[in-house]
Structure formats: structure tokens, C-alpha cells
Design a protein around this ligand. Structure first.
Ligand code: HEC
Length: 129
């Protein structure tokens, strides 16, 4: 009966996955954002974190249409290389981790400002957990 067991396992996996989606999409970049970026950029991404409010220019507001228009590549470079009071993160975060944070940044913008998901990103399979 191994076939039956496989079917049962598949059913369990499927129901776990739908439970995860019911709680909202997984945001793997969120933890990295909260621990590395929120002190300056704010938990809501508006650039008003406790540390960030003393900087001129202010930390970038990730909820604006202007930010939503920036390409992932440009944003990636900004995070990896840093700029002014924005620290460089390439020593601390891998390219993949930076991309996860960028995906999270994109969720901070109000819906109309969001860019259409790129086909390349859509291919990613459903989150494992
Ligand atoms: C020490 C405070 C601080 C921390 C921590 C910080 N930032 Fe920034 N960030 C800034 C400031 C200030 C700017 C604006 C820099 C400027 O325009 O001169 C900025 C700008 C940016 C920009 C725009 C860069 C550009 O090219 O215009 C991005 C994207 C960004 N931050 C992402 C992040 C991410 C993601 C993290 C966490 C991994 C992070 N920042 C952590 C202060 C910070």
C-alpha cells in the first residue's frame, strides 16, 4: 500500500500549505529586515526608525511610489554597497538574503504602488515551512 501512504502524505502537505497561506504569505526577508534595517528605516518602512530619524537625508521611505519604481537591481546595489549613512550590507547579508529583504520591502508599499511580480520570481515554489 505505499501508494496510499504517499497520497495521505500529499494530502497532509497540501493542507499544511493552505494553512500557511491562510495566515498570509510567508515573508522570509522580514526577520532580516527587523533585525538589520528597522532601527533606521522603521518597522513600517517609512524611514522613521529610532536611529534613522537623526539622519539627513532620512533613510529611504519604502512605502512611496518613487521607491516602488526602482528596479530590484538598483535596490540590491544600494543595500549591498551602502550610501552616505546607509551602511553597506554585502559583508553581512548574502545576495540571496538581500533579495529576500527586497521582496519584503516590496510588501511595505501600499497596493497601488506595488510592481507586478516578475515572472522569474513567480517560479519560486511554495514556501517549505
Ligand atoms: C544606520 C541606519 C540605517 C540602517 C541600519 C539601514 N539603512 Fe538603509 N538607508 C539609511 C539612510 C540614512 C539612507 C539614505 C542614504 C542617502 O540617501 O544618502 C538609506 C537608504 C537606503 C536605500 C536607498 C539606497 C539608494 O541607493 O538610494 C535602501 C534600498 C536601503 N536604505 C535599504 C536598507 C536595508 C534593506 C537595510 C537593512 C538590511 C538598511 N537599509 C539598513 C540608513 C540605514
Amino acid at each position: 500500500m505505499p501508494h496510499r501512504i504517499a497520497t495521505a502524505a500529499l494530502l497532509i502537505v497540501t493542507s499544511l500549505a493552505s494553512t500557511a497561506f491562510a495566515e498570509g504569505p510567508a515573508q522570509p526577508g522580514k526577520a532580516a529586515y527587523v533585525s538589520n534595517c528597522a532601527s533606521c528605516h522603521g518597522l513600517d518602512g517609512k524611514g522613521k526608525g529610532a536611529e534613522g530619524m537623526y539622519f539627513t537625508p532620512s533613510p529611504t521611505d519604502f512605502t512611496t511610489a518613487a521607491f516602488a519604481k526602482q528596479s530590484d537591481a538598483a535596490v540590491h546595489k544600494g543595500i549591498a554597497e551602502g550610501k552616505g549613512n546607509m551602511p553597506a550590507f554585502k559583508m553581512k547579508l548574502s545576495d540571496a538574503a538581500i533579495d529576500e529583504v527586497i521582496a519584503y520591502l516590496r510588501t511595505l508599499a501600499p497596493a497601488p504602488a506595488k510592481k507586478a511580480a516578475k515572472p522569474a520570481r513567480k517560479k519560486k515554489s511554495a514556501p517549505k515551512k
